[in-house]
Design a protein. Structure first.
Length: 329
């Protein structure tokens, strides 16, 4: 039996064990991939403790967490600027390897600063069962992580035994910029203009400022209602509203038109349904959706093409390459 490495003292809002890239290739079986909402910060946290980028680690929404360590190990917290990180009430750095000892208590706090999620990786990676190819927690299907659920007070988590590493830091210039007013890249379609939205609708989509609704979570990021003109009067045999389509597969990051409400499908989203997907947030920009604070932040969409999406993906991968870290002496 694996020796516990840490105990959850206060799990915060909905802390889960996640792994990247999640359960790929299973949408036909009804599983979205799960995994971290902000894959950039998640991968960076693992790199900073010498793990593989996708090793199981903690996703902490709204920044609140308190954990006690039962062994000597190293951790890293990747968090938006201004997040309070404390070990035994002494401030500790984000985006840097932190040494902890048995009995130490790490606490994170953020009430008002931009951003919504932080990630905590433990040297060796948190041990969780692999289900359908991943240890990522899916709260919808109740699998992965710790019993397929959010963590609760008293949970004991084990980590694989790995030798200590030389402490590392990701330079500030390489860290993602977390804001309250976001520019989010999108690719058109698959149900875009001119067959679903009009050209005027598409321009409205790109030029309007959209507010992130309070009712947003890992399933979807809901935006404020807006009535488009639409290029057709109704959905035909699919339904009365023009956004209705015959059931179709949904992509991760799909901008779904649920009637007059747009939602961005998250990592625990639905795999299919009967609403038009008017645009798609590419992989390179999904981390931004993961850091949007419900009820406060706003979005403007920027159209890009496939080649630019690939180039931006390479930039994200460059950021989390272990060679980008610097040694802390």
């Amino acid at each position: 039996m694996n020796r516990p490495a840490l105990e959850i003292v206060d799990p915060g809002l909905q802390t889960t064990v996640q792994a990247w890239p999640g359960r790929r290739g299973l949408t036909a079986l009804g599983y979205f991939p799960s995994g971290p909402m902000d894959h950039l910060s998640f991968r960076a946290a693992n790199v900073l403790v010498g793990n593989a980028a996708g090793a199981p680690a903690l996703e902490v929404p709204k920044m609140g967490l308190s954990i006690a360590f039962l062994v000597e190990t190293q951790v890293a917290v990747t968090a938006p600027a201004g997040t309070g990180i404390y070990v035994n009430d002494t401030p500790a750095p984000a985006w840097e390897t932190i040494a902890v000892h048995p009995g130490d208590v790490l606490r994170t706090v953020n009430a008002t600063n931009p951003g919504f999620r932080l990630y905590l990786a433990v040297r060796g990676g948190i041990i969780a069962p692999t289900i359908f190819g991943s240890a990522a927690t899916s709260l919808i299907s109740g699998i992965g992580g710790i019993e397929g659920r959010a963590l609760v007070r008293g949970d004991l988590l084990a980590a694989a035994d790995r030798p200590p590493i030389q402490p590392r830091r990701l330079p500030e210039s390489m860290r993602p910029s977390v804001v309250t007013d976001w520019e989010v890249e999108i690719l058109p379609g698959p149900h875009g203009s001119p067959h679903y939205l009009t050209e005027t609708d598409w321009q409205e989509l790109l030029t309007r400022q959209w507010r992130v609704d309070l009712n947003s979570d890992r399933v979807s990021t809901r935006l404020n209602p807006h009535r488009f003109t639409w290029a057709r009067p109704d959905g035909g045999i699919a339904g009365g509203h023009p956004s209705n389509v015959l059931d179709d597969a949904y992509p991760v990051g799909g901008v779904l038109a649920n009637g007059d409400v747009l939602t961005i499908l998250g990592m625990d989203g639905n795999t299919s349904g009967g609403f038009a997907v008017v645009a798609t947030v590419p992989h390179c920009a999904l981390w931004k959706v993961g850091q949007m604070r419900p009820g406060r932040d706003t979005i403007r969409f920027r159209e890009i093409d496939y080649d630019e999406a690939l180039a931006l993906n390479k930039r994200v991968d460059f950021t989390v390459d272990p060679s980008r870290t610097v040694t802390v002496t």
